[in-house]
Design a protein around this ligand. Structure first.
Ligand code: NI
Length: 226
């Protein structure tokens, strides 16, 4: 499943992060690249332990934990401390799959990357190119969102970022270990939760709502690893 999560941060939080990102110290993006992606990656990043990155990453993680759509879709168990990147002057990231396991240099914690996320800090009209292209099971998806919004997609997908030929594309990127490892099972739970919420809004006392909520939790109990 490939899902847009709108308004992860408020416009004020987004503007404040953007101000800090413009003043930040950028280093070669290959600092965090895996063996294969090192050959494909041409961008800049904030150091993982840069205090600004750690602080903004904390803000993003807190906002996500309180975002109902994100929680329903990702069923997060662990969120990798968000990283930050910038593409400009023709920079791009060729086709790759993200590493399955990542260890944070800041926390030392290790996670399995079930989902990949990109949270945009530049609006689409600020740059040309810079599309995130994801090869989903439903075909090729091209993604470019307004700032403050995020795309969530299976970390197992092949993906790339097209060259930025004008302006700069600034974003945060990170991974989520889900309580439900399998994308198909997670998608079923998300669809079911969405339908239950809709039914409950119409009639919260409906016996079917109670029964379906029970089925949801019993499937989650069957599939979740925590
Ligand atoms: Ni990637």
């Amino acid at each position: 499943m490939l899902l847009q999560i709108p308004d992860v941060l408020t416009p004020e939080e987004t503007a404040e992060c953007r101000r800090r990102l413009e003043a930040a110290t950028w280093i070669d993006g290959n600092a965090t690249a895996g063996h294969q992606s090192r050959l494909a990656k041409r961008n800049m990043q904030l150091a993982e332990d840069d205090p600004a990155a750690v602080e903004m990453g904390g803000l993003i993680a807190s906002a996500l934990a309180a975002h109902p759509l994100f929680v329903s879709a990702a069923l997060p168990f662990k969120i990798f401390p968000p990283l930050f990147n910038k593409y400009e002057g023709g920079q791009n990231f060729g086709t790759h799959v993200d590493n399955a396991i990542r260890r944070s240099r800041v926390t030392g914690d290790q996670i399995r990357t079930d989902l990949s996320a990109t949270l945009f800090f530049s609006d689409p009209d600020e740059y040309d190119g810079g599309e995130l292209v994801v090869e989903d099971t439903y075909g090729v998806q091209r993604v470019k969102l307004r700032k403050g919004s995020m795309i969530l997609y299976p970390a197992s997908s092949l993906h790339h970022v097209t060259p930025v030929t004008r302006g700069a594309r600034i974003a945060s990127f990170f991974w989520i270990q889900s309580m439900v490892r399998d994308d198909g099972c997670r998608t079923l739970l998300f669809d079911m939760d969405t339908a239950i919420q809709r039914l409950a809004a119409a009639d919260p006392l409906d016996a079917s709502v109670v029964q379906l909520t029970g089925v949801y939790h019993n499937l989650l109990r069957r599939w979740a690893e925590v």
